[in-house]
Write a protein that binds this ligand. Structure first.
Ligand SMILES: NC(=O)c1ccc[n+]([C@@H]2O[C@H](COP(=O)([O-])OP(=O)(O)OC[C@H]3O[C@@H](n4cnc5c(N)ncnc54)[C@H](OP(=O)(O)O)[C@@H]3O)[C@@H](O)[C@H]2O)c1
Length: 385
């Protein structure tokens, strides 16, 4: 039977690659629903190519334009946050791929879970800001949440080799981003263009900047804790510049299992959709007939301030991870607009976090309010510099 898909964020890096998988396996998928932010030209192309019955865009005026452009088709066009949420619970959809960026992924993910859909989750921010609540709901509604993030896909695959109680630690690999090996003084004048040039991966702007600061790795630590119910001290980050080993699980007996592959998101996206099966494909593969050297080096406290802030947010718990994410969305945006420098990113985040009074075991409303508070507070702090 074909899987019936809803793809949220279909015009982005993960969204477009998900549609490539659909094109590779046309007999396995129907695209029933697509949601995007602003890129209605690409969305129109996708509608004409994949024939969903419903789409959602963020702005109402975009929805009107798109509806006019698609007047020859019977596709339903929704708009606003509510549009994407409605689409996440759309009857007839059985798998929701959440590939939107930022906090905007949280409500659609929760909605899909509560509607009993299988969720293939690229949007790590959902698990950062509301991971405990989301995973509790997933257990309550017996919904499956499968990771798309390459590191978490790797861990998920390695976890099949042992029992939960047999895990010693999870080793998350980090490429180190475009500024690996640079001293603090050398980072003072780096530009957004340089930060966006990741050596191994082609990704959207927010995750690219987060990879340059290693905030992305910090978010992945929180994501791994929530997804796999691990303690903070069971996760170790190591630098692995080649991005071939996507992550590892070390068991109590000293065995370390790793998942390897080229730095290419097609494979983890496919695995989230094919699980528990594996499907043959013709994607580029690791070449065993070449010489390769794989390097690993430790990360020390104080080396990457954004990674330390993420560990701090995890330790503080409650609403603090939501504050870190909300503040990070604003500072990354401000850095891309050249309002702040690269080195101001962790300083501003630390300032906002220090002003926050944590609410433990927050409700959904308290998480939403913490996110709003963090955005307002970050704007204020930026305006004062
Ligand atoms: N890219 C990767 O390799 C990668 C790897 C692992 C995890 N992830 C995670 O996957 C998520 C997506 O990353 P990405 O790199 O694909 O980002 P991206 O290229 O920036 O794409 C983001 C997508 O979200 C849509 N979007 C943004 N705000 C929206 C809103 N308010 N409502 C509806 N749609 C909205 C965008 O639409 P428009 O473009 O039409 O405005 C676009 O389709 C992130 O959470 C990221 O951390 C990405």
């Amino acid at each position: 039977m074909k899987q019936q898909l809803a793809i949220l964020g279909s015009t982005g890096s993960i969204g477009t690659q998900t549609l490539k998988i659909v094109e590779q396996f046309p007999h396995r998928f129907n695209v029933r629903a697509l949601a995007t932010g602003t890129n209605i030209s690409l969305l129109e192309e996708q509608v004409r190519r994949f024939h969903p019955e419903i789409v959602a865009v963020y702005h109402k005026e975009h929805a009107v334009t798109l509806k006019n452009r698609l007047a020859d088709l019977s596709v339903k066009v929704l708009s606003g946050e509510r549009g994407m949420i409605e689409l996440s619970a759309w009857p007839g959809v059985d798998v929701v791929i959440v590939a939107v960026v930022g906090f905007s992924g949280m409500m659609p993910t929760l909605t899909a879970i509560r509607a009993g859909k299988k969720v293939a989750l690229a949007n790590k921010e959902t698990l950062v800001v509301a991971g405990e609540l989301v995973m509790t709901e997933a257990r309550r509604f017996k919904a499956t949440v499968l990771p798309i993030d390459s590191e978490h896909s790797a861990i998920f695959q390695c976890l099949h080799a042992g029992r939960k109680g047999e895990i010693k630690q999870v080793v998350l690999t980090a490429s180190g981003g475009p500024f690996l090996g640079k001293k603090k003084e050398e980072l003072a004048d780096v530009t957004p263009e340089q930060a966006l040039k990741h050596p191994n991966w082609k990704m959207g702007p927010r995750i690219s900047v987060d990879s340059a600061t290693l905030m992305n790795k910090g978010f992945e630590v929180i994501e791994a804790c929530r997804l796999f119910e691990l303690e903070k001290n069971q996760i170790k980050v190591v630098i692995h510049p080649e991005s071939i080993v996507h992550s590892m699980v070390e068991y109590l007996d000293g065995s370390i299992l790793a998942q390897l592959g080229l730095p290419d998101m097609l494979l983890p996206i496919q695995y989230a959709l094919s699980y528990p099966e594996r499907w043959a494909n013709d994607f580029p593969r690791f070449a065993w007939d070449h010489h390769h050297a794989l390097h690993f080096s430790p990360v020390f406290e104080g080396e990457y301030p954004c990674l330390d802030l993420a560990y701090y947010a995890l330790q503080a718990g409650g609403t603090m991870p939501a504050v870190l994410n909300g503040a990070d969305e604003i500072v990354v945006h401000s850095f891309l607009e050249k309002r702040i420098s690269f080195l101001q990113i962790p300083t501003l985040l630390a300032e906002v976090m220090s002003r926050h009074k944590v609410i433990q075991q927050p409700s959904l409303e308290e998480i939403v309010e913490a996110d709003r508070w963090a955005r307002r507070e970050t704007e204020k702090v930026i305006c004062r510099i």
